[in-house]
Design a protein around this ligand. Sequence first.
Ligand code: TYD
Ligand code: MG
Length: 453
Amino acid sequence: MAKPKRRYVCQACGSVANRWQGQCADCGEWNSLAEEAPQTVFSAKHDLSSGGRAIAFEPLNAPGESLARRTTGLAEFDRALGGGLVPGSAILMGGDPGIGKSTLLLQAAAHIAQAGNEAVYVSGEEAAGQVRLRAERLGLSSAPIRLAAATSVRDILTTLGGMDAPRLLVIDSIQTMHSDQIEGAPGTVSQVRGCAFELIRYAKENGVALVLIGHVTKDGAIAGPRVLEHMVDVVMSFEGERSHQYRILRSLKNRFGPVDEIGVFAMAGQGLEEVANPSMLFLSGRDDPVAGSAVFPAVEGTRPVLVEIQALIVRLASGATPRRAVVGWDSGRLAMLLAVLEARCGLNFSSAEVYLNVAGGYRLADPAADLAVAAALVSALSDKPLPAKAVWFGEISLAGEIRPVAHATIRQRESAKLGFDIAYGPPGGAIGESGMHYNEVQMLPNLVDRILS
Ligand code: TYD
Ligand code: MG
């Protein structure tokens, strides 16, 4: 057997190096490498092709197995999950600190317990008293949740082994858990991975729906190893601006359902409230149009959400490097759009600061937002307001063409329902919706001409 090698594991991304470095070669994080216990290295002669047990092959259409989904008690949570909790599944819930992950899971656990099912909430971050205070504020003190403050996975699994399997097990958070079988402090890659592995195994063997709450790094990835995302069945992120009320629950990976459905909540004094009809939430509700504002009919999954996109252009007097700041949209995409507007339409943004904001703290993921962003930018640059009752959708190519996007029908129906009567979009997008006047935009220069004329 070869001598075990030292290994250094990046605590941010989980990549392994053979020697210590100040910066991770994979993810570029500084001071993130930590030495971990060496793994046994087997020689190439080690033969695994005999001596094992034979495994049985199974048919794909095994009878008697249907996905029994169980409600979380929160319809918006169920919707984002694709219909509810699947027994024996593991869900990783990420989100910025203070966004409301603990609140959401405490509410779900309480609803499940109130419906007469077992729900276990293990807090590794807060003392039981703190969780109790929160439950009191939420008006859920009487829910018969099994609450514990613990961080030892061995203690947790021993306890769970001695009782009936709960319907829901919440671990808040996976970064605080530790196992005495594994070296390293809680939160290190090997601890997080090892603890998650044991908890997921328990969940699978006992048909328990497991939710692991996970911390998020500054750039939005779930802290610790990416491998955690591979180990679980569902990865969800809870998003929103802390200064705003609205929260979006999105699934980024789902082995049991679609990934584009969202759940919408509002953080209120009594915890998270469900928002069943979100389409108006992200409009500013202003009557007189202002320059730089365009309404985009977004579609998330099957759900239309109208959002307002705001652009502000500030001309700089001299050669200082202009700023580009984006809230709620992709900054790379904005740079691309500005380049297309310059190259194809002859507009000049190079000596101006550009600010782009999606109203209401919403984060846009729908690629059809390009046209609305372009309209807001051109309107801001020319200081000309766009028509008050207009919506804009379409994807823009590098050549400046407006390309077709999915869900033209849902977008226009919802816009018409909310009182908008003009839609600008890609060729072929007209649906003949009564009361909606559709304007085809072929190329970006056509759009600029329309706005400036
Ligand atoms: P929390 O669930 O602790 O966030 P996370 O677990 O994601 O870190 O949410 C904390 C925030 O939510 C806190 O800043 C206060 C706010 N909040 C309310 O506004 N109303 C409430 O009823 C509760 C419980 C929290
Ligand atoms: Mg928390």
